[in-house]
Structures are given as structure tokens and as C-alpha cells.
Design a protein around this ligand. Sequence first.
Ligand SMILES: C[S@@+](CC[C@H](N)C(=O)[O-])C[C@H]1O[C@@H](n2cnc3c(N)ncnc32)[C@H](O)[C@@H]1O
Length: 204
Amino acid sequence: MTAPANSCGTKGRPATALALFGREWLRAPLRVGAVAPSSAALAQAVTAGMSAADGPVIELGPGTGVFTHALLNRGIAPDRIAAIEAGERFAIALALLHPDITVICADAARLRHLTPFAPAGAGAIICGLPLLSMPPSKVMRILAGSFAALRPGGTVRLFTYGSRCPVPKAIRLRLGLVAQRTAFVALNIPPATVYHLVRREDAA
Ligand SMILES: C[S@@+](CC[C@H](N)C(=O)[O-])C[C@H]1O[C@@H](n2cnc3c(N)ncnc32)[C@H](O)[C@@H]1O
């Protein structure tokens, strides 16, 4: 992504992650969906066990890049990461911070048309989107686009502040998805649960 000089409004210096997150939350609380970036503990849990072999990786809703940073630490090369972020200020700040990853400023519901890493497909998708504040039709588009963008056997990794998988059961059934709860992270504001979604082998 090309980032215009001073586009973060900070006189050439990127805002600190926390300040940027707070300002974006004030601007668009429903889109941001959290009062603070995820903790390092949650980023560890969401990316647990990942290695270069899981690349390329698509990240949905990277925000200030906590999970992006964890992916890089797990050995995913920057040119094997594509991050799709609807918030322009988040997208610009992330592109400035990680110039070698692909940052696409777009709605993740358009993933099917964005086709990062097509035709081979991605090995994993890290979803940081506030799915609980989205209408089911949008969640359906995001999940259908995600599994179209994954290679066979690929996984969507996501987290929720709620008590159950944030992808409604009707959508999981329609797409042939199986949800597995993999971790509970108390060290996050608020505490969060991590899920993996995979497509059943017999699903189309
Ligand atoms: C809960 S924050 C998570 C940010 C980061 N992943 C983290 O865990 O700290 C949700 C992020 O998703 C982005 N977002 C919300 N709706 C989106 C959409 N439809 N497409 C792409 N990004 C979206 C927000 O701008 C925000 O950066």
C-alpha cells in the first residue's frame, strides 16, 4: 500500500498503537469492536503452533498489527502476509510499520474479489474482525470468501469475547465448517477465547 507522507496526522511520526486504537474506537466503535488492541498473550494463542509452512497468511482486521507482529515472529515471511483492513488510518499505519507486507485497505467482506495469493491459496487466515457486531449476511460473505481464499485443509483462526463461537451455527452448517475451541486467554482486555474453523472434508 502506498502511504502518503504525514497521512497519520502525527507530523511524520506514527501514533503509538494505543493512541491510534483509542482514536479509531472513538471514531467508529462498532467497526473497531474493542477498547484496546489484543494482548501479546492473545496473539501468542491465536498464532500458536504456526510456522513458515502455514504461509501465505491472510489477516483480516489487523488494527495496529499485534497479530501481524506475532506472525512475523513465527517465521512467516513479510511477503507471505496480506492484511485486509477497513480503517484507512489503521491501514496506513500498518503499511508504514511493515512496508514489506501487503496491506489492502478494504472491507473483508470483499475478500472473494481481492484474491490475495490466488490461485494456490493461503494456508491460514487470522481473523481479528468484530464478527459479533456484524449482520449474519456479512459474516457469511466473510467466511465464504475466507474458505475460497484458503487452500484445502486451511484454517481460519479467530477469537471472541463471547461464550461461544462467533460464527453462527447456521453459517457453519451451510459452509460445512467445524469449530474447535483451542484456548482461553485471561490476560486480555476483555478475556478472550480462540477458535479454529476448518472445512469438513466432505463439504464442497
Ligand atoms: C477488534 S479490532 C482487532 C484489531 C487487531 N486484530 C487486534 O486484535 O488488536 C477489529 C479490527 O477489524 C477492523 N475491521 C472491522 N470491520 C472490518 C471489515 N469489514 N473489513 C476489514 N477490517 C475490518 C477494524 O478496523 C479493526 O482494526
